[in-house]
Design a protein around this ligand. Structure first.
Ligand code: MSP
Length: 507
């Protein structure tokens, strides 16, 4: 049976992981966790893009083999995944034998079909930078110093017939409402496709670039960049094995806006179409994080790496922040002030305080045994109605990738629980022996426990660790599927509650 197959871009193995890489994995992870909570079998894959000139140059500069450098960088990236609680099912590296085999198979297929051909390429070449240049690389009409001597050379290379499929692609994109998200990006891609496509140069001579996959039909050349990298998505879906049809076509590729057009929205669908393979159902292009050095420095002048915040404040707070702060598809500014304000406000004051004061009262008044909701008065009804509205809305927002709003709604509900507490004032009720006050005290704490249980289940995909800790306090198992867990009324009556905890400590 077809499963939900979800991927991220594979990161370049030419530097250390940064906020942009981390965000994309978190975004995709949240989507994968939502799918699983909805009961959909899901395969979530991320990985590393290891070939290319920069990787080779980096290794040369260190005096080591490119593979050795990639192995080290892969460990760094994998460590970040584990720190950030990314639940990927596979990690694909483009230097793996399984991947090289698939790349060669597809290249051969396209070559045999006549969609890949050899031609001469003429252009300006910088020997120092070892790259072809374009007129736009000139500054004030001159080649900048860094390129050294620039000469006009001709080079034989292999080309892929992109142009042959342009009409088909335009028609497909125009006719689909889901293929490219957000919608404004679809318009940009169609705009890009108004110009005739040039065929894509897919090779480099091996004497100029040795760190790549040799073309199966000409060992004097290696594949170049996209023909290698994009294929990872089908490799990781098990191309050539029985399980391939369980995963392919991909349901969702999560990528950044810089690699939408042309790579993912043009090259990739055309490559697949030319190979007679179905194309992905959806591509989600997120925006970019920007960090201005000034804003990311502490008052001492010391600069802080965004990823260091995950170590200092916990992966869950970091995940919450990036999902809460960025509107998927738009750019956002990452600043310490913004992080700190969300951490202290929504996490500390709204959620953290609710958990600690509620547990404190349950221990103080009921020896840590969850009381029943005996009454159903106006206050309780209002909170329950609010829950109905919140849960319906949040699930819809999740569907539309509107995570910042979904979190705003969820935290809004947490605030409504705090408001309910202020209105019911259990600490005042606890001072009275009148039977109706005793009942109201039981009800108020029982209601707050139930409301917290529900809010916590909605937070699970974004803050899995905090979710599990709150579950433990409430004597619950972490949620695996939402079905049945999002309805008001499970009641935690008579459950033995855990001790009071501080979820988001102040430093
Ligand atoms: N290797 C290619 C992708 C090949 S996919 C078949 C690549 N690698 S990358 O390391 O440069 O970028 C990986 C992902 O991180 C991309 O989707 C890119 O958009 C994203 N980001 C890199 N910097 C970013 C920000 N500052 N903010 C958000 N995401 C950005 O491209």
């Amino acid at each position: 049976m077809k499963k939900f197959y979800l991927t991220t871009a594979i990161d370049y193995a030419n530097g250390s992981p940064h906020l942009g890489h981390a965000y994309e994995k978190i975004l995709a992870d949240v989507i994968a966790r939502i799918k699983r909570l909805q009961g959909t079998e899901t395969r979530f894959v991320t990985g590393l893009d290891e070939h290319g000139q920069k990787v080779q140059q980096g290794a040369d500069a260190e005096g080591i083999e490119p593979q050795q450098r990639c192995d080290r960088i892969a460990e760094e990236f994998k460590e970040i995944l584990s720190t950030l609680k990314i639940s990927n099912d596979d990690y694909i590296r483009t230097t793996e034998a399984r991947h090289k085999k698939v790349v060669c198979e597809l290249l051969q297929k396209l070559y045999d079909a006549g969609d890949i051909y050899q031609d001469e390429y003429e252009g300006f070449y910088s020997t120092r930078a070892e790259q072809f240049l374009q007129e736009k690389d000139k500054v004030d009409g001159e080649w900048p110093e860094i390129f050294g001597e620039v000469t006009r050379i001709t080079e034989k290379n292999y080309f892929f017939k992109l142009s042959k499929y342009q009409g088909w692609l335009v028609e497909h994109i125009q006719g689909s409402t889901d293929f490219i998200k957000p919608d404004f990006r679809k318009s940009q891609v169609l705009e890009f496709l108004k110009e005739p496509l040039n065929d894509l140069c897919i090779s480099r001579p091996s004497d100029r670039l040795s760190w790549g996959i040799p073309l199966p039909f000409d060992s004097g050349f290696v594949t170049y960049v996209w023909f290698d990298a994009l294929v990872n998505y089908v490799t990781a879906a098990g191309f050539g094995t029985d399980e391939f049809s369980d995963y392919w076509p991909a349901d969702l590729h999560v990528i950044g806006k810089d690699i939408l057009a042309p790579p993912h929205a043009v090259y990739w669908p055309i490559m697949l179409q030319a190979c007679n393979l179905p194309i992905p159902k959806q591509i989600l292009a997120h925006g970019w994080w920007t960090t201005s050095g000034a804003k990311m420095s502490k008052s001492t002048g010391e600069t802080v790496s965004p990823l260091a915040l995950a170590d200092q404040y916990g992966a869950d707070a970091f995940r919450f922040f990036v999902m809460r702060e960025m509107t998927v598809g738009q750019d956002a500014e990452f600043s310490l002030e913004r992080f700190s304000s969300r951490y202290k406000g929504e996490l500390g004051n709204d959620l953290g305080n609710l958990v600690s004061r509620l547990l404190h009262m349950c221990h103080q008044y009921f020896d840590g045994i969850a009381p029943d909701q005996e009454l159903q008065e106006e206050w309780e009804e209002r909170l329950q109605e609010r829950w109905q509205e919140t849960s319906t809305k949040v699930l819809q927002l999740f569907e539309g990738f509107q995570f910042h709003q979904a979190l705003e709604e969820t935290i809004g509900f947490v605030r409504a629980i705090n408001k309910y507490a202020d209105d019911r004032a259990p600490w005042k009720l606890a001072k009275s022996d009148a039977p109706e006050d005793v009942q109201a005290l039981r009800t108020s704490l029982g209601t707050m426990l139930e409301a917290l249980r529900l809010a916590n289940d909605l937070l699970a995909p974004v803050m899995p660790g905090v979710h599990a800790r709150i579950c433990k306090c409430l004597g619950q198992n972490p949620v695996e599927k939402w079905e049945g867990r999002l309805d008001w009324g499970r009641h935690l009556t008579n459950v033995k509650l855990g001790e009071k905890i501080i979820l988001f400590p102040r430093d």
